[in-house]
Ligand binder design. Structure first.
Ligand code: GAP
Length: 467
C-alpha cells in the first residue's frame, strides 16, 4: 500500500504536466541527472549530474553568486574545506543535537524514522505497533546522528575521527575573524559560500530533493545585536525576489512557512522556510534563520578565545548576531526543472492526433544551452557556414551545434532541454547573410542579419530579465 501511494505521488502532475516520473525520465534521457554508480546498480540517494545538469547547476550557482556577492559591496565570498577540526561540530551543537529518532526491527533489522512510523502504520493498517516490514518487534527510539564520520590519517581510532560537514555555514563562522582582519568589511556585512554538504538521511526519496550528498548556497550576514529583526525581514524579501526574478520561478508556487517551536533548529531564534509547491506537496527550498550570537559565541567558548567585533561606528565591542540565508543548490535544480516543465498542445499531427511539445521554459540566464545553431541541410556549404557561426557565438553564449535530422525535430529537441534561441542557417544565409532566429517560448521566427545576431540575442535576454 505504501508502495502504491509512493507510485501515485510520483505520477501526480502540476497543471503543466510535470510529475516526478516525467522529470526523472527527462533528466535521464537528456543527460541532466543519472543515478550514481549506475553500472553497479546505483547507490541510494546519490545522483550524478550529466552534461546538461552540470551546466544548469553551475548557472544557478553563478546567478546566486552574482546576486549575493557581486551585487552587494558588503558581501564577500569564501571557500572553506569540507573537512574541519572535529571540535567545530561540538561547538556548533551538531554532535549533540543533529539527530533523528530511529527505531530498529529486532527481527529483520530494518530501520525507521520514529517520527514517520505513525504514518506508515496508518498506510498499512497496522494497529499493534509492529515492524511494517515483517511484523517483528521494534526497539525503543534512539537518537541517530546525521553526520557522516571518517578518519584522517593512517590509524582509524577516536583520535583521528572527523566529520563530513552537514552544512557549509560553520566554515564561515570559524573564518569570521580571518575575514574581518584581512578585508575591509564592516558590520553589517555578509560572507557567502557554495559547497557540498553531507547528511546520513534515512528517509531519502523524491529524486534529488533529499539526498545524502548535496550542495548548499549559504550566506551569513553579521549584524549589530538589536538590529537582527530588521535585517531578517530584509533578507526574507530579497531571497523570495531572487527565486522569482532571477530564476524565473512562478510566484504562486512559492510561499513562506514559519517554523513552530518544535521545528526550530537548536541555534535559531526565528526561522522561515521558502517553500515550493512540488508535485508531492509544499516543501522547503531555502531556510532563512535568525541565529543570534549562538555560533560565534560557542566557537569563542570552544576555542578558548572570545570572537568579538570592535565596531568603529561607536567604539563598542560585541559578538555579532547572524542572519543566515541557506538555499539548496541541488534542490534548486529540481525546482527550476519542475517549474519550467510544460506540455503544450500546439495543433495536430498528420494523423489528426494532438501534437504535444514538451518544453522547459527556463530563464535564459540559467538554460544549459543559450543558442543552438542548426543548418537547414548539411549540403551546399550550409553546414560549414553554420559551424563557423556557432564558433563565433561560443565566445559570448553557451552554444550547441546540431545538423542531424528534420529541422522541426531539432527544434523540439532544443525545446525539451530549454534552449531559448535557435538559429537556422539556410539558402538565404548564403545569398543575403541573414539567419532565422527562433524563440523557444513563442516559437516565433524572425529574420536577422548574421552580423547583428549576438547583439539581438543579448537584447532579447535583457528584455526577458526586465519582463
Ligand atoms: N545552515 C542551515 C541549514 O543547513 P537546513 O534547513 O538544514 O539549514 C538548508 O538546510 C537547505 O539545504 C534546505 O532548505 C535545502 O534546500 C537544502 N538541504 C538540506 N538537506 C538536504 C538534503 N538532504 N538534500 C538536499 N538538499 C538539502
Amino acid at each position: 500500500m505504501a508502495k502504491e501511494k509512493k507510485a501515485k505521488a510520483n505520477t501526480l502532475a502540476n497543471e503543466h504536466g510535470a510529475s516526478m516520473d516525467k522529470i526523472v525520465s527527462l533528466c535521464k534521457r537528456r543527460g541532466f541527472v543519472y543515478p550514481s554508480s549506475e553500472i553497479y546498480g546505483g547507490l541510494s540517494a546519490t545522483w550524478d549530474y550529466g552534461p546538461l545538469g552540470v551546466e544548469l547547476k553551475k548557472n544557478i550557482q553563478e546567478a546566486w553568486w552574482k546576486e549575493m556577492v557581486r551585487r552587494h559591496d558588503n558581501i564577500v565570498g569564501l571557500d572553506a574545506a569540507i573537512m574541519m577540526h572535529p571540535r567545530t561540530w561540538e561547538a556548533s551543537g551538531h554532535v549533540d543535537n543533529f539527530s533523528d529518532p530511529l527505531v530498529d526491527c529486532k527481527d529483520c533489522k530494518t530501520r525507521f524514522r520514529a517520527d514517520h512510523l505513525e504514518e506508515i502504520w496508518k498506510d498499512k493498517g497496522i494497529t499493534d505497533g509492529s515492524c511494517p516490514e515483517c511484523g517483528g518487534t521494534l526497539t525503543e527510539p534512539r537518537q541517530f546522528n546525521l553526520m557522516f564520520t571518517t578518519h584522517m590519517g593512517p590509524v582509524a581510532d577516536s583520535g583521528s575521527l572527523i566529520y563530513l560537514r552537514p552544512e557549509t555555514a560553520q566554515g564561515i563562522f570559524v573564518n569570521f575573524k580571518n575575514v574581518v582582519d584581512t578585508s575591509r568589511v564592516q558590520i553589517p556585512f555578509g560572507i557567502a559560500q557554495v559547497g557540498k554538504a553531507f547528511r546520513n538521511e534515512i528517509t531519502t526519496k523524491n529524486f534529488i530533493f533529499r539526498t545524502c550528498e548535496f550542495e548548499q548556497m549559504e550566506m551569513q550576514y553579521f549584524v549589530k545585536p538589536g538590529t537582527e529583526d530588521e535585517s531578517f525581514d530584509e533578507w526574507k524579501a530579497k531571497r523570495m525576489a531572487w527565486y522569482i526574478d532571477r530564476l524565473g520561478i512562478k510566484s504562486d508556487r512559492l510561499r513562506f512557512a514559519e517554523h513552530g517551536p518544535q521545528e526550530l533548529a537548536h541555534y535559531a531564534k526565528v526561522a522561515f522556510d521558502i517553500e515550493y509547491e512540488y508535485p508531492f506537496g509544499w516543501q522547503e527550498l531555502e531556510g532563512i534563520h535568525s541565529r543570534t550570537d549562538y555560533d560565534l559565541g560557542r566557537h569563542g567558548e570552544f576555542c578558548g578565545k572570545e570572537i568579538t567585533y570592535l565596531d568603529p561606528a561607536d567604539n563598542t565591542r560585541y559578538v555579532p548576531f547572524v542572519i543566515e540565508t541557506s538555499s539548496g543548490l541541488t534542490r534548486s535544480v529540481l525546482v527550476t526543472l519542475m517549474d519550467a516543465y510544460h506540455e503544450e498542445t500546439i495543433g495536430e499531427d498528420k494523423n489528426g492526433n494532438p501534437d504535444v511539445r514538451t518544453v522547459l521554459h527556463l530563464h535564459p540566464d540559467i538554460a544549459p544551452v543559450t543558442v543552438a545553431v542548426l543548418p537547414l541541410v548539411k549540403k551546399d556549404g550550409l553546414a560549414e557556414i553554420a559551424s563557423d557561426l556557432e564558433k563565433e557565438l561560443r565566445e559570448d553564449f553557451a552554444t550547441f551545434y546540431d545538423q542531424g535530422g528534420a529541422i522541426g525535430r531539432r527544434y523540439r529537441r532544443m525545446d525539451e532541454i530549454g534552449t531559448p534561441f535557435c538559429v537556422t542557417v539556410d539558402y538565404e544565409t548564403k545569398d543575403e547573410n541573414t539567419v532565422t532566429l527562433r524563440f523557444r517560448d513563442s516559437m516565433e521566427q524572425v529574420r536577422v542579419p548574421a552580423a547583428e545576431l549576438s547583439d539581438r540575442i543579448r537584447r532579447e535576454m535583457r528584455d526577458y530579465r526586465r519582463s
